[in-house]
Design a protein. Structure first.
Length: 281
């Protein structure tokens, strides 16, 4: 896969082919992450938050002349396997990028669904599964979108995103306001998780856990007092690299992503904990 997308900063300073360098840098970092993560999804069918391990790379090339400040980005697949979408990846990529940069209206969701239906030969089950993944991906990319829209109202009026010369998205002050709106950090209810421990400090309870191979490790804190016992289940799981089921309350950040897990106990399916000695009669 090699798809071209043009990012045009229009109005204000950009009309003179100039742009604030700091704002440009912030914006390009946001677009690099959005295009890379979306391109990886189209290339593999999977959502990967780890930017350094994507199956695509995003490069910049010298643009054509337009009455704006323009950056041309190329999303290049670096996998040897066949394209996940069997030749329709370009259309899906534009739909996914447009949705990630949108304000998630019902009309924008319909356009995304139509693009997926067309590429997947109307497989409703597969479309729903992928839309769920894209929604999760779009929420996680909010900080990148916030960076991408940074120049708006500062050094340009709007940002147009083009694919093959056709505008697929236009970002204005309303989009910037949408992505800049802060949402409060919240805590989810206690529930069962299954993960592999990669670090553990039995004194402080600090540890890191991977809930899946495709997602980065999550910072955790074990409050369960058995963490300090010799050969406790957490230490044994670390040593064996075997998955462990545990109960935890998740701290959810403003982008809907787990920021930290507070582990309170082993899950009921886990082997029984060492029992306390019985009191003397």
């Amino acid at each position: 896969m090699q798809e071209e997308m043009s990012i045009r900063y229009e109005g204000r300073d950009a009309e003179k082919h100039e742009i604030d360098l700091n704002q440009l840098g912030i914006s390009l970092q946001g677009f690099a992450r959005i295009l890379g993560v979306c391109g990886n999804f189209v290339e593999t069918g999977k959502y990967n938050k780890q930017f350094d391990s994507l199956a695509v790379k995003v490069v910049a090339r010298e643009p054509d002349e337009h009455h704006c400040y323009e950056v041309v980005a190329y999303i290049q697949g670096i996998m040897t396997s066949a394209n996940f979408w069997s030749g329709t990846g370009g259309a899906v990529l534009t739909a996914v990028v447009a949705y990630v940069l949108s304000r998630r209206s019902s009309e924008e969701m319909k356009l995304l669904k139509d693009a997926l239906d067309k590429s997947l030969a109307n497989s409703a089950q597969m479309t729903e599964r992928l839309i769920s993944t894209i929604d999760k991906m779009a929420e996680a990319l909010r900080p990148a979108a916030r960076m991408a829209t940074s120049p708006i109202d500062k050094t340009c009026n709007n940002i147009g995103i083009y694919a093959s010369g056709t505008k697929i998205s236009e970002l204005d002050d309303k989009n910037k306001e949408y992505f800049s709106a802060a949402t409060s950090i919240r805590f989810d209810r206690t529930k069962t998780y299954v993960g592999i421990f990669s670090e553990l400090d039995t004194k402080t309870g600090s540890c890191k856990v991977s809930l899946s191979e495709s997602e980065p490790r999550i910072q955790c804190e074990i409050t369960d007092p058995i963490r300090s016992l010799p050969n406790n289940p957490y230490a044994l799981a670390l040593a064996s690299q075997a998955p462990l089921s545990f109960l935890a309350k998740a701290e959810i950040d403003e982008d809907g992503v787990i920021a930290k897990l507070f582990i309170s106990d082993l899950a009921p399916t886990t082997a029984p904990q060492p029992s306390a000695p019985s009191a003397k009669p």
